[in-house]
Design a protein around this ligand. Structure first.
Ligand code: BEZ
Ligand code: FE
Length: 290
């Protein structure tokens, strides 16, 4: 039988043919995602009239992202964050929420499985630059009742904007805490500051070319679970008055994620032992609603 291929295949016929070649995948969700990926990516390529040279540049860029990534640094997450894709997934996960705390971006520096530390202990394993901070948190339900035995993982950068992973092998500035009967958990660390997104991978030069914002507003990362096997609330908490709050390159800022901050004098009463003898201390408070 003669082949049915056309000398000049139309652009829309190509999309139809590509979809027709998917032979009813067993997993209906995978089929839905893959079909939409074909339709939308074809529409994108047609809309911009992608040239062969541009296609090669794009393929080389994706290859560079993959080559740069390893167990510690996932440059693909950075790209997804910059494109607003991670933030869109957060918004979808928040669909139907009313008063619960907003979800926002995991980022590339999470390390699971940090040990549970006693409340009000330090998450610093060595000195890092920054003003001493006492974080006092609470977890409550939507009726305002405390949630006990909630697990809260925290991780952060120091005042110069670097995470432990960017400085070597030693774990620092991260830990897990458990709420008490009042829903309280707390720890000491350093007050975060805004920092540029990781500049050493292939994403940064492209973001410079498209003139995308590159400074993140000061934040702490948190992952909150009501119990060991409960679905996590992944979010960040932002420091108010930060100059970059309105131009976050990964679109992670939500108004309910602002902490309360108060500067305490060095001789303030009731400070945790790890802050004894420090100059003034930044007291940071936040209540999660789950
Ligand atoms: C971060 O906050 O650690 C982060 C988030 C998104 C991209 C890069 C870094
Ligand atoms: Fe961060």
């Amino acid at each position: 039988m003669a082949p049915t291929a056309k000398h000049r295949l139309s652009e829309t016929d190509l999309t139809t043919q590509t979809l027709a070649r998917l032979d009813k995948p067993d997993d209906p969700r995978l089929a839905e995602i893959f079909e939409a990926l074909v339709r939308h990516s074809h529409a994108f390529v047609r809309e911009v009239g992608l040239t062969h040279q541009e296609w090669q540049t794009g393929v080389a860029f994706l290859r560079a992202i993959a080559d740069f990534s390893d167990d510690k640094r996932n440059e693909m997450i950075l790209m997804s964050d910059h494109l607003g894709i991670s933030a869109m997934v957060d918004l979808i996960s928040d669909r139907g929420k009313t008063s619960e705390t907003s979800a926002t971006g995991l980022g590339p520096f999470y390390i699971p499985g940090q040990p549970i530390l006693a409340n009000d202990s330090s998450i610093l394993t060595s000195d890092v630059p920054g003003k001493p901070m006492w974080f006092r948190g609470r977890v409550e339900d939507t009726a305002g009742q405390p949630v006990e035995n909630c697990l809260i993982e925290v991780w952060q950068a120091h005042e110069e904007g670097l995470y432990d992973l960017q400085e070597g092998e030693a774990i620092n500035m991260r830990g897990t805490f458990k709420t008490d009967a009042q829903g309280y958990f707390g720890f000491t660390a350093v007050y975060p500051k805004g920092y540029p997104l990781p500049p050493d991978g292939p994403v940064k030069p492209v973001m410079e070319k498209v003139k995308s914002a590159y400074m993140r507003p000061a934040h702490l990362h948190t992952l909150v679970r009501a119990a060991e096997d409960a679905p996590p609330l992944v979010t960040h908490l932002f420091m108010p008055e930060d100059p970059y709050l309105d131009n976050d390159p990964v679109m992670g800022v939500r108004s309910d994620l602002m902490v309360d901050v108060e500067e305490l004098p060095a001789d303030a009463e009731g400070l945790p032992e790890t802050l004894a003898g420090k100059a003034s201390v930044m007291l940071v408070r936040y209540t999660f609603v789950i």
